[in-house]
Design a protein around this ligand. Sequence first.
Ligand SMILES: C[S@@+](CC[C@H](N)C(=O)[O-])C[C@H]1O[C@@H](n2cnc3c(N)ncnc32)[C@H](O)[C@@H]1O
Length: 192
Amino acid sequence: MTQTPMTEPEQLARLTIACEALGFSMSCDPLTGALLRTLAASKPAGRILELGTGAGMSAAWIIAGMSADAALVSVENSEELVDTARSVLGDDPRVTFLHLDAATYLAEPDGSLFDLVFADTWAGKFDQLPEALALLAEGGVFVVDDLNPQLNWPDGHAPKVVDFKRSMHGNPGLFVTELDWSTGIMIATRAD
Ligand SMILES: C[S@@+](CC[C@H](N)C(=O)[O-])C[C@H]1O[C@@H](n2cnc3c(N)ncnc32)[C@H](O)[C@@H]1O
């Protein structure tokens, strides 16, 4: 099986340098990125939400898959990281980077629904999961990575992952698939 993506977004080199300069090591790996690009490309004119922008690595992969009329909203509570993502990706009119607590974003929905949601921070995954799932449009796909045990998990993280998986699998309104791909992926769609 070929795992390494054959192509990658051109902005990755700049983002990698920026992440090293910031000491930021939580960006998605190329396999998750490639999956996100594929899913983004499967949603022409897709409305896409990312919770936890980081420095913009996953956003770069998502953008690479997006059609010209698709749109990405990406939420991050670190000003330094949002600024980094904006500096590399912010010229793309399809993308809106919000410097905002994802918990606030989820607590105050504006009625927008999304065709693809990458839940990559606590809010929307370990907290406020129902609120995040409620943002899925019909046919929308919910994606989470980092579900396989990682050496850098802090104390108390593993039970959160177990609880999250249990909640997802126990939700009769979802079709859920776990993939032993990258850092451990879960994808889900609404079952209605
Ligand atoms: C796993 S990293 C995101 C990595 C990014 N999605 C990528 O793959 O390139 C999680 C991010 O969530 C951010 N974060 C933590 N708590 C948050 C919150 N309450 N609201 C928004 N962002 C938050 C962190 O600053 C961090 O950048």
